[in-house]
Design a protein. Structure first.
Length: 395
């Protein structure tokens, strides 16, 4: 055995991990910074956008040299707000994506995040021509006053116009994000937002609870007792209301926060929840391949400079067998289909009961998990207390 081959073998994880089939690409620019947002994003005005896109192209080139991209199943362009790119910038960017990640399955899902009001017909045409076939709009609420409170700059009219433009451009796979637990939000307000959201008859909806993150305006206000959040009971009622209303409207809840029409689930996000490998490109992006997780340098100019010298990776972390098993359980149980022993054995060569028998027995006895076919899934009670379930699988 050659020295290089031996070193490569030594670096392989002691569990089975298929090559990446999902791609995440980060565009860190946005129109403004929302009051709750701690994502790696920067107001686009004055930013070296084209330099960033060229650096991103260089990272793509270096990445596929290291891990050849074959049989890609999903591409997700997130941010920031990718749709702040001009039509010309959008065409250039998607051209580079198609060059380096062009070996795709025929039904490859290519999602781009968007903010209402940032997708005019010309930009949508560039997205369509570049291969985007799914758009996820960050709507958050259909209450204009609430949108202003959380720092969003769009209005509900922008939402309706953006959905109309997207459909006119030929997009037939659309999703919107909603938020619950916002300041001064009530169950009645959540119901009113759901009324408007469901009238759109979209293919997919997500509903996330507000989290107070460090380095945000909301974090500052919270610690000054100036953030009038709903009670825990009201927030729980909002979540239960979302689940009930989505089910009544014919949407299947396939993950704790996600609802879809049949066969319209987010394929990309399901790769995360199944703990599969994925490429992560762009400033601050995270990736997972060959038993290693990495995250990139965050700053825009720092990222551009790093790409001129090689891969812009800030830190790499070897994922041990134990950590990989814990991750499998924690993210997999977010899916309402749950986790299967067949998938677990495929990766680790043993059944779930061997490393996690005590935890599984405890959660079954508490009524938070139930045995299902060849595995386990959350019960209705487990859905409401998911964090209690996931925490059991941490060493």
């Amino acid at each position: 055995m050659q020295a290089g081959e031996a070193a490569h073998k030594a670096n392989r994880p002691d569990y089975n991990q298929a090559p990446p089939r999902a791609v995440y690409i980060h565009i860190p620019f946005c129109t403004n910074k929302c009051h709750y947002c701690d994502f790696n994003s920067y107001v686009v005005q004055g930013q070296p956008v084209m330099d960033y896109l060229r650096a991103l192209e260089r990272e793509m080139e270096l990445t596929v040299e290291r891990f050849p991209a074959e049989g890609i199943e999903s591409i997700f362009v997130g941010g920031g707000t990718p749709t702040v790119l001009t039509p010309e910038q959008m065409s250039y960017f998607l051209g580079t994506v198609n060059r380096y990640f062009g070996d795709r399955l025929p039904d490859c899902e290519i999602t781009m995040e968007a903010n209402p009001g940032t997708t005019d017909p010309e930009k949508l045409a560039a997205m369509k021509e570049g291969g985007v076939n799914r758009i996820s709009f960050g709507v958050q609420s259909f209450d204009n006053k609430l949108l202003e409170t959380i720092g969003r700059i769009h209005s509900t009219d922008d939402v309706y116009r953006s959905i109309e433009n997207a459909r006119a451009a030929g997009f037939d796979n659309l999703s919107i994000d909603l938020m619950l637990g916002l300041p001064n939000q009530t169950v009645e307000a959540m119901n009113a937002t759901l009324d408007e959201a469901l009238k759109l008859e979209l293919q997919h909806y997500s509903a996330y609870s507000l989290k107070i993150e460090e380095n945000t305006l909301f974090h500052t206000l919270y610690h000054k007792n100036k953030l009038p959040l709903p009670s825990e009971d009201d927030e729980l009622n909002m979540y239960v209301t979302v689940m009930r209303r989505m089910k009544e409207a014919g949407y299947r809840q396939y993950e704790i926060s996600n609802f879809a029409k049949p066969s319209m689930e987010s394929r990309h996000n399901k790769a995360y929840w199944r703990n599969l490998a994925y490429y992560g490109l762009g400033a601050g992006a995270h990736g997972y391949a060959s038993g290693k997780r990495h995250f990139n340098i965050k700053g825009v100019q720092a990222y551009i400079d790093a790409c001129g010298k090689g891969l812009p990776i800030k830190e790499t972390h070897d994922v041990s067998r134990q950590e990989a098993m814990e991750d499998f359980m924690m993210v997999g149980l977010r899916l309402l289909d749950g986790v299967s022993n067949a998938d677990f054995r495929r990766q680790f060569g043993i059944g779930m009961e061997q490393p996690f028998g005590r935890q599984l027995e405890k959660l079954l006895s508490r009524g938070l998990l139930q045995a299902e076919n060849d595995g386990f899934r959350l019960t209705e009670q487990g859905l409401l207390f998911g964090n209690d379930v996931f925490g059991e699988f941490l060493e």
